[in-house]
Design a protein around this ligand. Structure first.
Ligand code: NIG
Ligand code: FE
Length: 408
């Protein structure tokens, strides 16, 4: 029996089919947390039984919850002082070279208990939910010791089990070389390959492995070593590639048949061709370009022209992209990267779901999928992108359960 009916959607944006599969005057039936049927009001309303709870969207827009496929939402503390230094002209790399940046957050995260990390992350996940996100990938990478990386991954597991957001865990032991290994980086790579990866895999603590392949961080050869070991352990691959320099990260991701290559601000035409040839999905993170005050955004149009299923994500982290907001990211994708609002919404839902191996369960509103959907205070889907900074999210359901977003 159907237990929930969503009716009176001015636009039900299913993201199934061409032009976002928009159903004008749409309605949807949900049974036991899954979508049973989607269609026009006249077709759905006669099927609503007497026991069914009816949610009236009030002539607004309903669409799938956002799938944020690249976040670093678990960490301790903040880096607002570095933000102020950057406002005064310091660069991200200068701050990192002086011992700040990722290593500053590593010190704070190591000092925090699992419970403290959970509490801090809960607040941020709540911010994400209020911005319409229902599924998120979450990386480790601020522990950088065996125990602290395992601590982070167990925190992600607990947060996922507690809900309401659905989380996909990624092991990012190769995020930075920690202070105590600064002069013996080969030994840190040994630790990742010989101790961390086996424990992560044995504990089933991550679905993917990531690395920060960048000048001054991990080289192509070091990244390759970590990724080959990760693949042997059954993990999928996602790579921080070509963010600050064109270091060949996209080509390496293509060669290793990674699932995604993320950032790609500096990737050239050859790199894009390699991704297309290998079917590696680009995950674009314009929030980090914007927040670092940089000018060069990834070449989204060239990637779309190459036939790539582009993904947009927040990169939510305390340094380069301190935002939980997918609508802000979509706005930047449209204004700075010249994506259309429809392309941006697809990139933030169905394409992102595919990149996380969840394309058959989330990312669109189709029969059989989980009932993860959002009502926005808008009558046209383009408004979700265009009212920059506006809290358009009125209500969120995950698995057919209403999360009751308080009115702001
Ligand atoms: O994706 N690039 C590396 N990692 C993050 C930044 C993490 C941090 O600054 O704490 C990123 O931009
Ligand atoms: Fe990142």
């Amino acid at each position: 029996m159907t237990d929930l009916a969503l009716v009176n959607c001015r636009q039900l944006v299913t993201v199934a089919g061409p032009r976002l599969g928009i159903v004008e005057n749409g309605a949807m039936l949900v049974r036991e947390g899954r979508i049973e049927r989607v269609g026009a009001r006249a077709e759905i309303e006669p099927l609503i039984g007497p026991q069914c709870e009816v949610v009236d969207a009030g002539g607004r827009v309903a669409m799938p919850g956002f799938v944020d496929a690249h976040t670093h939402v678990v960490f301790a503390g903040h880096r607002a002082a570095e933000f102020e230094q950057r406002c005064a002209g310091a660069s991200y790399q200068e701050i990192a070279a002086a011992g700040g940046g990722i290593r500053a957050t590593v010190r704070a995260t190591r000092a925090a208990t699992a419970d403290e990390l959970i509490e801090a992350a809960r607040t941020r996940l709540e911010w994400m939910l209020r911005a319409g996100t229902t599924t998120a990938e979450v990386k480790s990478g601020y522990g950088l010791s065996l125990d602290d990386e395992l601590k982070m991954l167990r925190v992600i597991r607990r947060l996922n089990e507690a809900g309401p957001l659905r989380l996909a865990p990624t092991f990012l032991g190769a995020h930075e070389v920690p202070d105590e290994y600064r002069n013996r980086r080969g030994e840190y790579l040994d630790l990742i390959v010989n101790e961390m990866l086996p424990r992560v895999a044995a504990g089933n603590l991550a679905e993917y492995c990531d690395a920060f392949c960048e000048e001054g961080v991990f080289t192509l050869a070091e990244t390759r070593r970590v990724f080959e070991a990760a693949r042997t352990r059954g993990l999928g691959l996602r790579l921080h590639a070509d963010q600050l320099s064109n270091s060949g990260g996209a080509r390496l991701a293509a060669e290793l048949r990674a699932t995604t290559a993320d950032h790609l601000e500096q990737t050239d035409a050859a790199g894009i061709a390699a991704l297309a040839e290998a079917g590696v999905q680009p995950v674009l993170l314009p929030g980090s370009v914007f927040a670092l005050g940089l000018q060069r955004y990834p070449a989204a149009r060239a990637m779309i022209d190459a036939g790539l299923a582009v993904v947009l994500a927040t990169d939510f982290n305390p340094g380069s992209s301190p935002t939980p907001s997918m609508p802000l990211i979509l706005f930047l994708a449209c204004t700075q990267m010249k994506m259309t609002p429809a392309e941006a919404i697809a990139a933030a839902t169905i394409n992102a779901a595919h990149s996380l191996g969840r394309g058959s369960s989330v990312g669109s509103l189709e029969p059989g999928k989980l009932a993860d959907f959002v009502i926005h205070d808008c009558a046209d889907y383009r408004e979700v992108v265009y009212w920059v900074g506006a809290p358009t999210v009125a209500d969120v359901w995950i698995g057919g359960r209403n999360l009751r977003i308080p009115k702001s």
